[in-house]
Design a protein around this ligand. Structure first.
Ligand SMILES: Nc1nc2c(ncn2[C@@H]2O[C@H](COP(=O)(O)OP(=O)(O)O)[C@@H](O)[C@H]2O)c(=O)[nH]1
Ligand SMILES: [Mg+2]
Length: 206
């Protein structure tokens, strides 16, 4: 059986999550998204191995209902890596990044999970609100990989996804929980998580 890797793509509204996912999976932008499609699958060859990638692209912000929050928890649990997206032309979407990372750290009980941050829409330079260096610095501080990309121009789309897939393949997973193996027994493993979640009132605790 082929190996399947499940990843989640998350971030604020309208930053281009669905555009990035469809560009990666189908090599095209789909102008009118079918809102009922919330996951995509693609078979890829990476480092001479064939695997199936499942991308979970849910919009969790429609409602705070228990049902949606439970779905979100379930999806985060089964994800082996995350693409966290902001738009370089939307400062608010950049400001929300830490909340998204904190959610991942909490549910995975560690702060070094495979995560790639994408600053999307870098084809619209004249409307830029977030400098590239700000994205780089944020990603570096959080130990994440970083790309600026354009799903519209298909710039750095494959690179971002392939970097995440390679990180996932190197990562020491506990096969049952899809979290880091032994992360619970390592008392230092979530020290960053504790300091961040304590200082961040917007952080969701599952
Ligand atoms: N200029 C530009 N527009 C983009 C890019 N990616 C997405 N968009 C547009 O941004 C809007 C939101 O994209 P969408 O993928 O639906 O965002 P989502 O809510 O994060 O899934 C759509 O109108 C897209 O056409 C990009 O790289 N460049
Ligand atoms: Mg979408």
């Amino acid at each position: 059986m082929q190996e399947m890797i499940t990843i989640s793509i998350i971030g604020a509204k309208e930053v281009g999550k669905s555009a990035l996912s469809t560009q990666f999976c189908y090599s095209r932008i789909i102008e009118e998204y079918d809102p009922t499609i919330e996951s995509y699958r693609k078979q890829i060859e990476i480092d001479n191995e064939i695997l199936i990638v499942e991308i979970l692209d849910y919009d969790y912000f429609f409602t705070d209902s228990d049902e949606i929050q439970n779905l979100k928890k379930e999806n985060y649990r089964k994800s082996q890596g995350f693409i966290v997206v902001y738009s370089i032309i939307d400062r608010n979407s950049f400001d929300e990044l830490q909340n998204y990372l904190n959610e991942i750290y909490l549910i995975k009980n560690c702060d070094d999970f495979p995560i790639v941050i994408i600053g999307n829409k870098n084809d619209v330079e004249n409307l830029r609100q977030v400098k590239k260096e700000e994205g780089e610095e944020f990603a570096f501080k959080n130990g994440c990989s970083f790309y600026e990309a354009s799903s519209g121009r298909r710039n750095n789309v494959d690179e971002s996804f392939l970097t995440l897939l390679r990180e996932i393949r190197k990562y020491p997973f506990d096969s049952k929980s899809n979290s880091k193996s032994n992360s619970k027994s390592n008392s230092n493993s979530n020290s960053k998580l504790n300091s961040k979640s304590n200082s961040n009132p917007n952080c969701l605790i599952f």
